[in-house]
Design a protein around this ligand. Structure first.
Ligand code: SF4
Length: 169
């Protein structure tokens, strides 16, 4: 898996101060995507064990001030990103069980829960921003997403109650 960047003090992508990883690879090809360079899974740099350790070291150093981790792209749920991210999240969650994890996906929640591969990654996270960016439904006032069709979903509650529970409207 490649990544296009890591933002170590991100206050835009999720709640609180976060570390955001922007991975490469996306199969959704949304019209007017803000980040089309990252559609190519070879864009950016390899997400090596060294990079993983840098992120973990940052969380250790700034543990008190960082609320959690955000996974964006590209698409973290792009087929070739799932295994490496599951592997990284296993390490991350073992080291920092109290930190929350937000994930953005071009797939809808309904598609994710029907696909065990997608779910294997998404169920490790707390909040999902789902669905493709639709230029026709673009709204600059929305929090954490670009178009009205996208939802901010509480993953744990949705799985527990077997219905789609939004984190915010
Ligand atoms: S899912 Fe995201 S990265 Fe992929 S094409 Fe749509 S807006 Fe762009």
């Amino acid at each position: 898996m490649n990544y296009s960047g890591i933002k170590y003090t991100d206050m835009i992508n999720g709640e609180g101060i976060r570390v955001s990883i922007f991975v490469s690879g996306c199969s959704h090809y949304c019209k007017d995507c803000f980040n089309s360079d990252t559609w190519d899974p070879n864009f950016g740099l390899p997400f090596t064990e060294e990079v993983e350790n840098e992120i973990l070291a940052y969380f250790t150093k700034y543990n008190a001030s960082i609320k959690g981790l955000s996974l964006l792209g590209g698409d973290p749920t792009y087929i070739h990103n799932i295994k490496p991210l599951v592997s990284f999240l296993n390490k991350f969650k073992a080291a920092f069980p109290m930190k929350d994890i937000w994930i953005w996906s071009g797939f809808t929640w309904e598609a994710i829960i029907q696909d065990s591969t997608l779910l294997s990654l998404v169920e490790m996270c707390d909040i999902l921003v789902d669905g493709k960016f639709r230029i026709e439904e673009k709204d600059l006032n929305l929090k954490w997403r670009g178009s009205k069709n996208q939802r901010v979903i509480d993953i744990k509650k949705s799985l527990e109650l077997k219905e789609t529970i939004k984190y915010i409207e």
